[in-house]
Design a protein around this ligand. Sequence first.
Ligand code: COA
Length: 285
Amino acid sequence: MKESFRGDLLAGKTTLITGGGSGLGKAMALRMASLGAKVAVVGRRSEPLQQTVDEIAAAGGTAAWSSADVRDSAAVAAAFDAVEAKLGPVNQLVNNAAGNFLSASEDLSDNAFDAVVKIVLYGTFNATRELGRRLIARGAPGEVLSVVTTYVHTGSAFVLPSATAKAGVAAMMRSLAVEWAAYGIRLNCVAPGPFPTEGAFSRLLPGSEIEKQAKRRVPSRRFGEHHELTSLVAFLMSDASPYQTGDIVTIDGAEGLFSGQQFAGFAHLDRAMAKEMMAALKPKK
Ligand code: COA
């Protein structure tokens, strides 16, 4: 990938990323560090967090890690303390940690619903409140970005806890965008469509046939590439977007629009053949 941003786009930012040891969180950590942010990765398992920090350091960046389960507000506060001791005050947060699995909703146990909602909704609240308290106490501005999903607008069958919790996250970001504007804190969401990661694809798109079907729902018939998402994230977290707040920015190659458009299937036919078919339907003069 050829870098299209200046290398100091995120200079002066210290960004805590939950779930930053793997998948999209790791991709964001590496990219943001390469653009000058000091990056803190927080998650449950120390090994991938350490690995991410090592990769950032090897590339010349600055990073630290601390392990915490975002469901535990005291652990989240302790993680902020630990990384601030190494990097200085955190002024940005990416709420990326998530949990999800496919299940018929009538089969969900109390614990199953709880696990996903606690990670996604409570985890986002715990980390966002923690950053907010610290920024407000210091009188410092800051940025929060929460990773939601395209079904945040529609709900989704078979991932009910995630759909419910992500809608709550979007409402949280929009509420705080108004409430915390007075403190100079911007909050946005990105809503990605399919971006391949081991964690999400093994749980949600198991098997090559299902993956192929998923690709067919994207007009360009390809999944997103991590750098395409991290470019959007870097822009939204930078000082290049000071008026952008309370927004949900979709990045899905128009997958959501394709799924909702009655005649979208024609886009996948050979274009000459589709035109011939349409011409044949035109009444003759
Ligand atoms: N279908 C139905 N129920 C499931 C399930 C599935 N595929 N996977 C887990 N559960 C249930 C468990 O059975 C348990 O309920 P029970 O005690 O009534 O049996 C409950 O969910 C909690 O599971 P547990 O494994 O103890 O929780 P955890 O906190 O260790 O894991 C998850 C949380 C379930 C969200 C797990 O998938 C996870 O850690 N995910 C993180 C990564 C991820 O999901 N990435 C993709 C993001 S898009």
